[in-house]
Design a binder for this molecule. Structure first.
Ligand code: BG6
Length: 524
């Protein structure tokens, strides 16, 4: 296990304290909603415990429900016990939670009423007086996407987004950012009338995952990978985000969305960008985001022949019988919404031309796992008698995003004995073996980064638009020709057979979908 010296520890401490957020007030729109109780509050609580919030910090919870500050605090105190994974089963740290609760104030209002925003302005001004003049405000839009534009417009009209005397005003916008290219472009245009790009923090929660952030460190802080990271050495890449959950209670939303919109231009593309983008000239937000945008712009238009859609029927997931998608609440009995998608993508640039990137994601699959597998080319010729090159196990570098975060490299080794017999083995690194787990719900870094003004992990307008643009042709093609073979995979399986054919066509195979990480051989 690696330890850091006292000097290094002091340097880290210095850097962190230098990056302590300045005093601020956070205003949460949707204070009574699910996101607030499941993720935002637990993330703030974890930030308090990690001593990452400024002393002068306040929260204004804003929603349309009539409730008092006391009632809001009490409700959240109840839900905190469920959602703050302060080390599973661990009791809440009462001191940290009361620190936060004491700074929380509730305000009822209607997102469509201008008076509400005037009133919010007064509240913020009072807060500013109480906090020795702190005028920094983070507005968090934890509301349904139809409110993003209207709320920002109201904030603008009330003068609440104006930055003056060094004070900042920032807005966090949740997913989904548009439902296609045109709506994303229109939403950007609408909010950019009020805010400048550097005030907007568009969230993709996959970027809050430690292991996703670590991809860039793996690639650019180590000398050994980058020389191999190109078409000369990489055969293909597989990106998988498999879920065991079904659509749950989200039928109404999901019917309009489907797996392609829900997961691909956002979460899966973020993984794709991390793995395939060119090295940025620095880790400044704009340098990183420019490289991501370039990558999305280099994506070859996706042909429907390179895409597979699926919908789950009844089946057994993790030992439990589950119903088909069409039987879920608020789902049409003849729904043609896809709950699974697999794609073959090509990147038209010098590094990746000709290297396929296979992406797949689906609900109610056999295991929950998100991972990226970079499969390297085979050795050029068979040096070993009786072991043809195509039978040598492939070298695969697997980045496990969740669960069981880590990395493994599979390669060939000689089986002990007088004969030269070759077998595939794994070299494995698991985060948990080296680092103590941090209490995290995945939003801590995102909120903290917004407070310190680091937008690296957030989406820029052009990045979001380039991502939608890359899938727009396929969205249109699928809308023109609804699927006729749904349901086409059983819940609890690895997805539709057509997805296997997509790779078999190229003489390749998906790696098995498994929650544990030893891959062994591809599923033939
Ligand atoms: C959300 C999607 O953005 O991401 C969900 O809307 C999906 O459908 C979820 O289940 C996956 O996120 P995670 O962090 O659970 O892998």
């Amino acid at each position: 296990m690696t330890t850091i010296s006292a000097d290094a520890a002091a340097t880290v401490a210095r850097c962190l304290s230098a990056r302590r957020p300045s005093p601020a007030t956070m205003t949460i729109f949707g204070a009574g909603g699910d996101l607030t109780k499941r993720l935002i509050m637990p993330a703030l609580y974890n930030l308090v415990r990690a001593d990452r919030l400024p002393d002068e910090f306040a929260i204004i919870g804003f929603d349309h429900n009539d409730q008092t500050t006391d009632a809001w605090r009490q409700n959240l105190t109840k839900t905190m016990h469920t959602f703050a994974r302060a080390g599973k089963g661990e009791a809440i740290d009462e001191q940290a939670w009361s620190w936060l609760v004491g700074r929380m104030q509730y305000m009822r209002g209607d997102f469509n009423q201008p008076e509400t925003f005037t009133q919010l302005g007064k509240l913020l001004a009072d807060q500013q007086k109480r906090q020795n003049g702190t005028a920094n405000v983070l507005f968090y839009l934890a509301v349904a996407d139809r409110f993003f534009g209207p709320v920002i417009e109201q904030l603008g009209r009330a003068g609440l987004t104006r930055q003056s005397d060094g004070a900042w005003r920032r807005v966090i916008v949740e997913k989904p950012f548009g439902h296609d290219f045109a709506s994303a472009e229109a939403l950007n245009a609408q909010i950019l009338k009020v805010l400048s790009e550097d005030q907007i923090y568009r969230i993709d929660h996959f970027l809050g995952k430690e292991t996703v952030q670590n991809i860039l460190v793996l690639r650019f802080a180590n000398g050994i990978f980058e020389p191999l990271w190109n078409r000369d050495h990489v055969d293909h890449v597989q990106i998988t985000a498999a879920e065991t959950v079904g659509v749950e209670a989200r039928g109404r939303f999901y019917e309009q969305t489907g797996a392609l919109r829900d997961m691909v231009p956002n979460h899966l593309f973020q993984l794709l960008a991390m793995i395939a983008m060119e090295p940025p000239i620095s880790f400044d937000a704009d340098a990183v985001r420019a490289k991501k945008t370039e990558l999305f712009q280099a994506l070859h238009p996706i042909s429907p022949d390179d895409a597979v859609r699926g919908q789950y029927g009844a089946g057994v997931v993790l030992g439990q019988k589950v119903q088909g998608y069409r039987q879920e609440p608020n789902v049409a009995q003849d729904s043609t919404t896809e709950t699974y998608v697999a794609l073959k993508l090509g990147i038209d640039n010098w590094r990746w031309a000709g290297v396929p990137f296979y992406l797949r994601t689906g609900k109610h699959l056999s295991a929950r796992t998100t991972e990226i597998a970079v499969q390297f080319r085979q050795a050029p010729y068979a040096l070993f008698r009786d072991t043809p090159v195509e039978r040598l196990p492939a070298n695969i570098l697997t980045l496990r995003i969740q669960p069981d975060e880590g990395l493994s490299l599979s390669f060939s080794a000689k089986r002990p004995g007088p004969e030269i017999e070759i077998d595939g083995v794994d070299m494995d690194f698991a985060y948990r073996d080296y680092f103590a787990p941090l209490a995290s719900v995945g939003y801590e870094t995102l909120i903290y980064d917004c407070l310190i003004g680091d937008a690296t992990l957030f989406q820029r307008a052009d990045t979001v638009e380039a991502a939608w643009c890359a899938v727009q042709g396929l969205l249109d093609a699928w809308a023109r020709t609804p699927a006729t073979d749904f349901p086409n995979y059983a819940a609890g399986s690895a997805g539709p057979e057509a997805a296997d054919r997509l790779l078999a066509r190229d003489k390749r195979a998906w790696l098995p979908i498994r929650a544990d990480h030893t891959h062994g051989k591809p599923s033939a």
